[in-house]
Design a binder for this molecule. Structure first.
Ligand code: GLA
Ligand code: CA
Length: 780
């Protein structure tokens, strides 16, 4: 009875919602876009949104139109875009919507080609973009609480949103433009539960003038109810391979008459430095889209063309800290350089079948010409330490933001006032540090590996000049770690036994990544050095064209060509080339500047005809099982054993009684599909209050087997916060399969949650399992 009542109520509610959502203010042009019963309505007629997500700053402005035409020729009818707040307001109150940042022009170009537009103005956008699109200067407020109703944060969001409104509100379809939908926040369910906050953002979006088209929320099927507002359209995001019925099950239950839309269908995935290049199967992607179209489900293909995260705009994930590559190729149907791919044509063949009668697809536009650039080998060199700017003084260590610097590197220098020996502790390095004593390199620390200490081989004498050069890689763009201050966040100490000596009185040099800053150095003809240095060269071209700058022989740093910041490079890969758009090259003389923080093996840049995005050279093992390791559970007693249900979606397990411990082992003993494979997308451990404990300091201690040939299926994927990525064992190693996680500290553990991988019927569904929890690590 209770159940019937609640179904009835939700039906009534859903009907009410549909009518509330579809009411839209009067149209000046007669054109409308509305939420109807089980469908969108364009000018009153059913309409399936086939949107291509592309990002204007990831495409050089002269190429925008060609990319929009490529999306059109693919069979899409809409362009979906984020607005990147931190790109437009690099200094508080100074807005820039010109050139490559002219969002109104971008929308009008789409309209010129008969494409509608979905706008996603954030304020937070994720997108593997520096700080998820939020401006770094928000972090100058010590206690700022981003993506909450923190008054300062909200005040700044309001100002930004109004500026977006000034640019785009008049381009809503009702006013003669092509904007048909506007998004409120982004995947807020993966961040928190705070309807008042999401409501406040919704109100700001409306206040900015977005009143004439449906406003929507996008989230995961597992968490969209957390913040779902009654008067907004709900959509879900998921990737290639996902079980589509399962993804929409809950949404259909709650709103049986809402049009369904996958607001982000992930065509591929993004790359991290030091991890294998990501790809997703074309046939699986196409069949997912077919499934949706056959059910009249609207979608946006994220990304249809990823492009390039130029300059310093790449983001990072955490935990474990891991910065994004500059290429945002994404294994999307249109490649980084704007080329059609086999994936493109497979999808096009499908989309051709879903066109309105009498419509046929235009041919894809021609790709831009490609050139080679012969080796550039004659450089002028400006060693970084000989070219420092005016410093600032600070008694205490402070992060970069407090010195009014947003991006680049920062040098902290102090002179020791006493002899010191022991271990140097840097709390914390964000993100990659080199430590020098009187100019001699003592060591390098990499936040990705949690390296925050450096044993001093020799005592450092009083009077030694200690230099810590810290490079900021991308600010974290997902989850609470978006409060990611750069440089050194708290303090530096030398620890010897019980004694900790905090180092003070710092001379601080800001080394921003701006062309104005890097070009004005005392460059002199010279050879490559094994130390941080800027390199400058010129090269002549008799014709321009797109090319790929091969950085294989360089260490780590950034490149500028003709004043454009091209992006980061790092020898570890997998990306080895930087996409160089021909529209930023000139006939005649061109200039290239390279900042190499390590020093190149050979100072040489060649322009290649093809990208290299899949050459990983990281020395550290990708997997977590060391040679000869074998988890020994013989002497251990399980705290729980059970059987998982078959199917997709989260499963929660409560133990009979709480246990205390820091090391958590899941021992999978059998599976449902008869293969050798075990696969887990996400795991949570439940604490004393029955809620998931923080995964911030989790570490994989052991995984008996990890598949890295066909993709990044390492064990850390069970807590990378992404439901579409998973740990998978190799197919020729038999059960049982185990994973051991160090929770970072001891907890009272009352149970755990497990999310199997998201595809229907994919191998790896664990059936029987045992759980072990211990105060100390297991024996291997
Ligand atoms: C989520 C976000 C996007 C992007 C994708 C992964 O869906 O909403 O901005 O980060 O994940 O590429
Ligand atoms: Ca995952």
């Amino acid at each position: 009875m209770k159940k019937l009542l609640s179904i009835g109520l939700s039906l009534l509610f859903a009907l009410g919602v549909v009518s509330a959502l579809s009411s839209c203010s009067s149209s000046q042009t007669g054109e409308t876009f509305e939420v109807g019963k089980n469908t969108f309505l364009l000018n009153g007629k059913p309409f399936v949104v086939k949107a291509a997500e592309i990002h204007y700053p990831r495409i050089p402005e002269p190429y925008w139109e060609q990319r929009i035409q490529s999306c059109k020729a693919l069979g899409m009818n809409t362009i979906c875009l984020y607005v990147f707040w931190n790109l437009h307001e690099q200094k508080p109150g100074e807005f820039d919507f010109t050139g490559n940042k002219d969002i109104a022009k971008f929308c009008r170009l789409a309209q010129k080609h008969g494409m509608y537009v979905i706008v996603r103005p954030g304020p937070y956008v994720c997108a593997e973009w520096e700080m998820g699109g939020l401006p770094w200067w928000l972090l100058k407020k010590q206690d700022v609480q981003l993506r909450t109703q923190d008054p300062y944060y909200m005040e700044r969001v309001g100002i930004f949103m109004n500026e977006v409104g000034k640019q785009l509100a008049d381009l809503q379809i009702t006013r003669g433009g092509n904007i048909i939908m506007v998004q409120v926040e982004n995947e807020y369910g993966s961040y928190g539960i705070d309807k008042p906050y999401v409501s406040a953002i919704r109100d700001m979006v409306k206040k900015a003038g977005f009143t004439d088209v449906p406003l929507f929320q996008c989230d995961w099927s597992s968490n969209f109810t957390n913040n779902a507002l009654d008067d907004l359209l709900w959509t879900v995001n998921f990737g290639t391979g996902a079980n589509i019925d399962e993804q929409f099950r809950k949404l259909k239950e709650l709103r049986p008459e809402t049009p369904l839309m996958c607001s982000e269908f992930w065509s591929g995935w993004f790359d991290h430095w030091g991890r294998k290049h990501e790809t997703r199967d074309a046939a699986t992607m196409v069949s997912g889209i077919k499934d949706m179209l056959d059910r009249n489900i609207s979608f946006s293909l994220y990304m249809t063309h990823g492009g390039t995260t130029f300059g310093w705009w790449g983001g990072a994930n955490n935990p474990a800290y891991s910065a994004m590559c500059s290429s945002y190729d994404y294994d999307a149907p249109i490649s980084e350089a704007g080329w059609t791919t086999p994936k493109y044509f497979q999808l096009r063949d499908l989309l051709k079948q879903y066109l309105p009668d009498s419509v046929s697809l235009p041919e894809p536009p021609e790709a831009f010409p490609v050139i080679e650039i012969p080796a550039i080998t004659e450089w002028q060199v400006a060693p970084l330490f000989a070219n420092l700017p005016e410093p600032k003084q600070s008694e205490n260590i402070q992060p970069m933001e407090m010195f009014d610097q947003g991006w680049g590197s920062i040098l902290y220098r102090t002179t020791l006032t006493e002899d010191l020996s022991g271990i140097l502790h840097i709390d914390e390095v964000h993100d990659w540090a080199q430590v020098f004593a009187d100019g001699k390199l003592l060591g390098r620390l990499d936040r990705r590996h949690g390296e925050f200490t450096l044993p001093l081989k020799e005592a450092l004498k009083k009077g030694t000049q200690l230099d810590i050069l810290v490079e900021a890689m991308g600010r974290v763009n997902f989850d609470k770690s978006i409060h990611d201050r750069k440089g050194i966040t708290k303090k530096v100490e030398v620890v010897s036994g019980d004694k900790a000596t905090e180092l003070k009185n710092w001379t601080v040099y800001n080394l921003p990544p701006f062309y104005d800053f890097v070009s004005k150095k005392a460059y002199k003809p010279g050879k490559a050095v094994e130390a941080p240095a800027y390199y400058r060269a010129t090269f002549n071209l008799d014709k321009t064209g797109d090319t790929f700058l091969d950085m294989q022989t360089w260490g780590k740093g950034m490149v500028w060509v003709n004043g454009h910041a091209m992006g980061r490079f790092w020898e570890i890969g997998p990306q080895q080339t930087l996409f160089m758009p021909g529209c930023w090259l000139k006939e005649g003389e061109n200039e290239i500047i390279v900042l190499d923080l390590k020093g190149p093996a050979e100072a040489k840049v060649v322009g290649l005809q093809k990208p290299i995005l899949d050459m990983l050279r990281e020395k550290a093992p990708e997997t977590h099982r060391k040679d000869g390791q074998n988890l020994n559970l013989a002497a251990e007693k399980p705290v729980h054993s059970g059987t998982f249900a078959q199917g997709n979606g989260w499963q929660e397990v409560k133990f009979g009684a709480p246990v205390t411990g820091r090391y958590f082992c899941l021992d999978a003993t059998s599976n449902y599909d008869g293969t050798n494979i075990a696969a887990v997308a996400e795991m949570d451990v439940l604490g004393a209050d029955g809620k998931p404990v923080s995964r911030e300091s989790w570490k994989i201690m052991y995984a008996d087997s990890e598949e890295t040939r066909s993709g990044n299926r390492t064990a850390d994927k069970v807590f990378d916060l992404q439901e579409s990525t998973f740990w998978q064992t190799v197919d020729n190693t038999a059960y049982p399969h185990q994973i051991v996680i160090d929770l970072g500290k001891s907890y009272q553990v009352t149970g755990f949650r497990m999310l199997p991988r998201a595809e229907a019927g994919a191998p790896g569904q664990i059936k029987d399992y045992k759980v072990y929890v211990k105060a100390s690590d297991f024996k291997y």
